[in-house]
Design a protein around this ligand. Structure first.
Ligand code: ACO
Length: 380
């Protein structure tokens, strides 16, 4: 056996494909979708348009956009059997487990879900994105023991998501904040969940399978699950005066501080910068200034202690505070992330499978070479 095989754990630094969808410049703190800076899209666009852009490569014409929106509004209303499924089966484990199961169930209902035809894959992908606000809102309501609400025909995805979650039409400001959060989380290179979706579609499995895999992978606390843990930690720290001490203790015990650090960004995550300003203004309005000040004190302590190692706030540090102010419990933060990332999962899965190569990395074997003599069970 050759012993010169270099192991790249976690495929770190390995380039597995070429993409035109998005670019993360981890040294400069720049995030680009299809050539547009994230700051531009966050201030000028909306989630529907960004989803179209990620999937199709160009901003839509007015006709294309109205057709895309028409489909989105039509599909946001969940079919009766999906509502029934959520009513019967969700609300027990974690909303991310619910979401993973419901998206998989959508695949079981779609007769096309055995096809790997590219046009069908695209239409399945769009369907899943359009159904996401209804599904996540329904799961949230189920967890709260409340009845599931249908979407309103005149609202877009962000506003309808807030409406279906709370039963109240959001203000313009709430809609803008939600829409921006969806844009900021829509795509981010070959992260673990996107890679997982791409691996799945590379077997020519269907888009439901690819997105189910993406959701499953996003669940973990080292990835999408960090937003929930980050807010819990900020609350545990409790006040700005405690930050320096608690962070010192955590780092002393080699504990990971959730919402900090990134495999690619070695400077401030540009998405965290935008979310921090939302968190600042929302906390001032909702009387939660101390929570924001605690978060800022944690950021200051972290940067002074480990900023030199390239550890700064990531997208998950301030997003939880923003979601909480919009009326969401911590366990719904990662499902919201999945809702927005569905656009990137679909776009990247389609791009990968349109020039497909089955993923099949190798492992370096370091076990016994034997041959070891087999001892029958009764003699062991
Ligand atoms: N808190 C404390 N120390 C950290 C942190 C952190 N959040 N992140 C990295 N470090 C330290 C490590 O302890 C390690 O120190 P050492 O060299 O003294 O042993 C060093 O930095 C390198 O750590 P790695 O985990 O190898 O760095 P990696 O580049 O793999 O980090 C990761 C990426 C997994 C995101 C990591 O920063 C982390 O676990 N962060 C906390 C979880 C989190 O916020 N995840 C969300 C990421 S964004 C997203 O997925 C949407």
């Amino acid at each position: 056996m050759p012993d010169d095989q270099e192991v790249h754990k976690g495929l770190e630094g390995i380039i597995v494909n070429e993409t035109k969808i998005g670019y993360v410049d981890g040294q400069k703190g720049r995030l680009v979708y299809r050539g547009y800076d994230i700051e531009t899209l966050a201030s000028k666009s909306n989630f529907e348009e960004v989803s179209y852009l990620l999937i199709n490569g160009k901003l839509p014409s007015r006709e294309q956009f109205s057709e895309f929106n028409r489909k989105a509004r039509e599909r946001m209303k969940l079919p009766g059997n999906v509502v029934e499924f959520i009513e019967k089966n969700c609300g027990h484990s974690h909303p991310m487990s619910d979401l993973r199961t419901v998206v998989s169930f959508l695949g079981a209902l779609d007769a096309n879900s055995n096809s790997s035809d590219l046009n069908l894959q695209k239409s399945m992908g769009e369907d899943i994105i359009f159904r996401m606000p209804g599904i996540v809102a329904a799961i949230k309501r189920k967890w709260e023991g409340k009845s599931i609400i249908e979407p309103l025909p005149d609202l877009g995805m962000a506003a309808n998501f807030l409406y279906m979650s709370s039963g109240r039409k959001p203000t313009e400001e709430e809609e803008k904040v939600m829409d921006t959060c969806l844009i900021l989380h829509a795509d981010h290179g070959s992260n673990a969940s996107t890679f997982s979706s791409m691996v799945t579609i590379s077997t020519l499995a269907d888009m439901y399978s690819a997105l189910t895999a993406g959701i499953a992978t996003l669940k973990g606390p080292l990835h999408g699950g960090a937003n929930e843990q980050a807010l819990k930690m900020i609350k545990r720290v409790g006040s700005p005066e405690n930050a320096e001490r608690v962070i010192g203790e955590m780092l002393g015990k080699k504990e990971k501080v959730m919402g900090f650090g990134h495999r690619v960004y070695k400077v401030y995550d540009p998405r965290a910068r935008i979310l921090k300003e939302f968190a600042r203004s929302i906390s001032a309005k909702s009387g939660k200034q101390e929570l924001f000040e605690t978060a800022e004190a944690i950021e200051k302590a972290m940067i002074s202690k480990v900023g030199g190692k390239g550890i700064f706030p990531n997208v998950d540090f301030y997003s939880g505070m923003v979601y909480e102010s919009l009326g969401f419990e911590e366990n719904i933060f990662t499902p919201i992330f999945a809702f927005s990332r569905s656009a990137g999962w679909v776009a990247r899965s389609l791009e990968y499978v349109s020039d497909n190569r089955l993923f099949r990395p190798r492992s370096k074997y370091s076990g016994e070479m034997g041959p070891i003599e087999y001892v029958p069970l009764e003699k062991r």
